[in-house]
Design a protein around this ligand. Structure first.
Ligand code: PXP
Length: 241
């Protein structure tokens, strides 16, 4: 299990003033030095946080795994192939959303991914991960597509308003991870994770590989420092390993 830090919101803060700081690439360096195993960014169609040039700078400086999160548009396929990260994570994306709101509906995207998206990567070493909710149907369709990994959407778990809902979602994530592993896919997870809800997740859900954490980590870093905050997240994950 390893922490990949999503540095999108360092860019959000930078873009609020357009002064060039804080620099997400500098933040990525600090995260890796503090023990993160890699960096995630989401290059959105509207470029609301990460910019195209950030992506190329990250590719030059990140030493661990680089996870390029993106909608499967032709533009993003082209940029991601040019950048050549270790992993692309395909997500649904709509213009109005504040953040990614749920996993891919595999039935809807299946034919397009099969005919256009997956063939685009056959001549590369880039691994593909599909961001999906922990339900059997989506996981089985992801396996049928031949994806290397899935990223289980943990947002419903993170946002559960009572313990029963939280436990119910943990069980779905547990079962989803087991099924995905059985079907030969790597299991990643992310969305809405923080210093309180990470531990129950990593102690309950088996086979976890990359855990992608952004908003809560960058927010905690304002008070405790980026280096200290990354170490706290890594410690929780190491204790469960
Ligand atoms: N994984 C995916 C697919 C995401 O879209 C996001 C948000 O960009 C994250 C993980 C990280 O979520 P958060 O910022 O809530 O930690």
């Amino acid at each position: 299990m390893q922490l990949l830090v999503n540095i999108d919101h360092v860019a959000t803060l930078r873009n609020a003033r357009g002064e060039g700081y804080p620099d997400p690439v500098e933040a990525a360096k600090v995260c890796e030095e503090a023990g993160a195993s890699g960096i995630v960014f989401h290059l959105r169609k509207d470029r609301r946080h990460i910019q195209t040039e950030d992506v190329y700078r990250l590719k030059e400086t990140v030493k661990g795994d680089l996870d390029f999160e993106m909608a499967a548009t032709d533009e993003m396929l082209k940029i991601s192939k040019d950048v050549n990260p270790e992993l692309v994570t395909l997500v649904p994306e709509s213009r109005e959303e504040l953040t990614t709101e749920g996993g891919l509906d595999m039935e809807t995207v299946f034919d397009d991914f099969h005919n256009r998206v997956f063939p685009a990567y056959t001549d590369t070493d880039i691994a593909i991960s599909l961001f999906i909710d922990p339900n059997e149907k989506d996981i089985e369709l992801a396996a049928e597509l031949g994806t290397d990994a899935i990223e289980l959407h943990t947002g419903t778990y993170a946002n559960a308003s009572n313990d029963a809902d939280k436990q119910n979602e943990l069980k779905r994530l547990h079962d989803g991870a087991k099924l995905a592993h059985k079907l030969g896919m790597k299991v990643n997870a992310g969305h809405g994770l923080n210093l309180d809800n990470l531990q129950p997740l990593v102690e309950t859900v088996p086979h976890l590989n990359d855990i992608s954490i952004g908003h809560a980590l960058v927010s905690s870093a304002l008070f405790d420092g980026l280096d200290e905050t990354v170490k706290k997240f890594v410690l929780i994950m190491n204790n469960a390993n």
